[in-house]
Design a protein around this ligand. Structure first.
Ligand SMILES: C[S@@+](CC[C@H](N)C(=O)[O-])C[C@H]1O[C@@H](n2cnc3c(N)ncnc32)[C@H](O)[C@@H]1O
Length: 248
């Protein structure tokens, strides 16, 4: 079980594998201001930037779970670099059934709600690890503008328009799931570019170094069209945010 190589090529330089900039990730940490020693679980943690930077800035401890051995190696290296390796642990595995051995103060799933088969299932999954009164963090897309056609829907990585909601409806959904929304930080077009445009340079550098790789044709074709597709579709129509939730 591992993340297909094409993803780790596209996001080889990324520390944050979602459309929040590092500044926005820090703003979220400052806004939540978890007390030192807070225990955190991050399902589908990627390269562990949230755990590592919040361990350094706020003194949290935490565990990240991910299927990508490449991303987990980067997460462990980052923990050493930030001198927080004794505070954070990274576990290779499928997060879709992962429950913390001891209840945590903050349970997160940022940009991977498919592990719970959607928002509702992911809230249920996170609740299983949460102490009473704890906080959940969900990173999720929403429609910034209503998609005018099916091409826009598919270019925003949805199958049907109903795969995502508009922001007010997403916040209402959290309420219907029994949660108060207590904070949020959302992406903007510039922070989308830090996530997506950074992939183009990664791909180009990789292509230059690996012209004969079996993925070269696919990634060469992707690079030829990805920039215009990004600005035509995702950058205009798709919003994305991290939402902090507490059970009512
Ligand atoms: C969009 S990235 C988000 C990573 C990280 N949360 C962040 O925001 O930087 C999605 C992550 O989900 C991981 N992933 C996908 N399916 C998974 C699963 N079933 N269990 C654990 N991790 C998974 C991928 O390896 C990838 O790191």
């Amino acid at each position: 079980m591992d993340l297909p190589r094409v993803y780790t090529i596209r996001e080889s330089s990324h520390r944050i594998h979602n459309p929040l900039s590092r500044e926005k990730l820090a703003v979220l940490g400052d806004a939540l201001s978890p007390p030192p020693g807070s225990r955190m679980l991050d399902l589908a943690c990627g390269t562990g930037e949230m755990l590592c930077t919040w361990a350094r800035a706020h003194g949290i401890t935490g565990t990240g779970v991910d299927i990508s051995t490449v991303f987990l190696a980067s997460a462990r290296a980052r923990a050493l670099e930030l001198d927080v390796a004794e505070r954070v642990t990274f576990v290779h595995g499928d997060a879709s059934n992962h429950v913390a051995a001891q209840p945590v103060d903050i349970a997160a799933c940022i940009g991977a709600t498919w592990i719970g088969d959607g928002v509702a299932g992911t809230v249920d999954l996170l609740r299983r690890s949460l102490r009473p009164g704890g906080m959940m963090l969900i990173g999720e897309p929403y429609w910034r503008r209503r998609p005018p056609d099916q091409a826009t829907v598919e270019e925003c990585h949805a199958t049907t328009e109903s795969d995502f909601r508009a922001l007010p409806e997403l916040l209402e959904q959290f309420g219907e799931l029994g949660c108060d929304v207590v904070e949020m930080v959302v992406a903007d077009q510039d922070s989308w570019d830090r996530y997506v445009a950074a992939q183009w340079l990664n791909i180009r550098r990789w292509l230059d170094a690996n012209p004969d790789d079996e993925l070269a044709g696919q990634l060469r074709a992707e690079l030829a069209t990805a920039p215009a597709r990004h600005v035509r579709y995702q950058r205009e129509y798709l919003g994305w945010g991290v939402f902090a939730l507490m059970d009512r």
